[in-house]
Design a protein around this ligand. Structure first.
Ligand code: AMP
Ligand code: MN
Ligand code: MN
Length: 334
């Protein structure tokens, strides 16, 4: 197994083209608790490779629970649980995973597969896998998948374009975040040109939730704390998966909370601590621009982007927030 560091797009296309032409088995996966970019990338590339002749298995790391907001993505019904996949495929493709840890129970495939291809856009990606297509300049992993599909000569139909658009819209905050560049809009224009129903895609992704989200939001917003003296200002709140259940909601309904909290003008950093059933806290960080929260997340064992990052804490709630305060107070994140 040879390692091709900083492999170009051409190397990745050649690898996939050869595998597909030979009818090889290709396993594809995004990161744990997949979002629209991870799943959209996985499903679009899986379908493209299938059309080119590969034996494709699309999966994601355990637990095998798909958020309702993503279960409608074309191809999602064919996703295979991670404990039912071939353990030594010819090729393994990791998509939108910023580190091996984000591949959970599938990390072993990086070594058991004949070749592993890592497709990602996180600046915090340390570099792993045999062939690496990692571009922090890409607004989303689907941008790189779109280039791979072009290179493989796969035409973008409605299903592929829907998966790609979902990832692009999600990771750019509907084209509002700083990662949106002229090329982002050009890609979006090309995707819309296929005739996809972008309004329905966005409604399903961003504007659909059970009624129980409203009382949960009230509870979580009501307990938010503003600490203007910490770093460039910190606003934080917390919620548990158990509380979501109490409101008749799946745990993934906690993901959208940070989008409400991060609007707070007085705080550069917004944080939502999401309590898991095992007692750990999954932490979402957002920055309004002055603070590099990926740096903070990396120091605390996670990763991400400058303005959106995360990590998991095994400390209790006061311990977790104290550690975060400590990191922000050092000023090393600016
Ligand atoms: P989230 O707050 O879960 O929406 O994540 C924000 C960003 O941080 C995304 O780009 C994630 O891929 C990244 N991220 C979240 N949690 C982790 C983690 N534990 N390790 C590495 N990156 C993470
Ligand atoms: Mn992601
Ligand atoms: Mn992404």
């Amino acid at each position: 197994m040879t390692t091709v560091t900083g492999a170009s797009l051409t190397t990745a296309i050649e690898l996939l083209d050869t595998a597909a032409s030979a009818g090889a088995t290709v396993v594809l996966s995004g990161h744990v608790q997949p979002d629209a970019d991870a799943l959209g990338s996985t499903l679009a590339l899986a379908e493209g490779l299938r059309r080119r002749g590969a034996r494709v298995v699309a999966t994601f790391p355990a637990p095998f629970v798909l958020p309702e907001s993503l279960s409608w993505l074309p191809g999602a019904g064919a996703l295979v649980p991670s404990d039912q996949i071939p353990t030594a495929p010819e090729v393994f493709v990791s998509l939108d995973a910023s580190s091996t840890g984000r591949l959970g129970d599938l990390a072993g495939l990086l070594h058991s597969a004949g070749t592993s291809l890592v497709v990602d856009h996180h600046a915090s990606n340390p570099g792993f896998g045999t062939v690496r297509l990692v571009d922090p300049g890409a607004a989303a992993t689907v941008v790189l998948v779109a280039e791979l599909l072009d290179g493989l000569g796969v035409a973008w139909d409605d299903d592929l374009a829907t998966c790609l658009y979902a990832g692009l819209a999600a990771d750019t905050g509907s084209f509002r975040f700083g990662n949106t560049a002229p090329g982002t809009h050009e890609l979006a224009a090309r995707l819309l040109g296929t005739g996809i129903d972008h309004a329905t895609i966005s409604q399903r992704l961003f504007d659909t939730a059970p009624f129980g989200r409203l009382p949960l939001l009230s509870l979580v917003a009501g307990r938010a704390c503003l600490e203007t003296e910490v770093g460039a200002g910190l606003v934080w709140t917390w919620a548990t998966v158990a509380e979501a259940r109490d409101h008749g909601l799946a745990g993934d309904q906690l993901e959208a909370l940070v989008d409400v909290i991060r609007a707070t003008r007085e705080a550069d950093v917004a944080c939502v601590l999401k309590g898991q059933d095992d007692g750990s806290w999954v932490v979402s960080l957002r920055s309004r621009g002055a603070t590099d929260v990926s740096h903070v997340a990396i120091e605390l064992g996670g990763g991400g982007h400058r303005q959106a990052a995360g990590y998991t804490s095994r400390l209790d709630l006061p311990g977790t927030i104290a550690a975060l305060r400590g990191m922000l107070a050092t000023g090393s994140s600016n």
